[in-house]
Design a protein around this ligand. Sequence first.
Ligand SMILES: [Zn+2]
Ligand SMILES: [Zn+2]
Length: 257
Amino acid sequence: MLELCSIASGSKGNAYVVGAEGSYLLIDCGISARRLSRALGRMGVALESIEGILVTHEHRDHVSGLENFRKKCPAPLCGTYGTLDGISRPGPGPTHAIEAGREFAVGPFRVHPFSVQHDAEDPVGFRVECEAGPVAFATDLGRVDGTVRRAIAGARALVIESNHEEEMLRAGSYPWYLKERILSDFGHLSNRASQATLAGSAHEGLEAVLLAHLSAENNRPEIALAGARRVLRANRWEGVKLLVVEQEAEGEVLVFR
Ligand SMILES: [Zn+2]
Ligand SMILES: [Zn+2]
């Protein structure tokens, strides 16, 4: 059995939980330790059952809760050298340096970190495998290349960035340098790019797609959802569960048997 739950997603903070056989992984820790602990408590996840805290990159919205959360949770912090180097306050406890392209084991999970293009030191996405099948996380990336496509192929559940609607971003109030950064190959994935990825990677075994890291200013959940739904329908994958993961509210716990 595989469990997946989004606790927060967006530029104000990100955190996800993956579970199998009573063990859990935390993916990113960008919200307050208090909020995270509460959400884990509601899910019935004991802090001792967390086997690893995996971070994708050192941006604040992915690591801001680390210091306080690690005072309570002894799980090792896993990140690339560049990411670990860039975290100013990682908190106490063991760290485990990982490398993109090199699989490692944590509890019942095999984790494959893969390089993504984003303006951080050495950012990665994660493909997490367990007996119930793989789940893939690809957020905070400017474009989807072959490495990403291979890493997310065949996933039972896919968490994919759908950050902005290009026209909304271009016409919006952000300063030009920020618009350029977001639109660049090292920025964030647009709805259109996200949908193209979905069209290329959806498959018969795909059961859930979570649209992640939506911009509060340059996107709307209904726009992102409608586009993704169109792609799934056009490819006869309308049975796939499609969700937008939210900034402030945790999502339902998805269970794959
Ligand atoms: Zn982010
Ligand atoms: Zn980032």
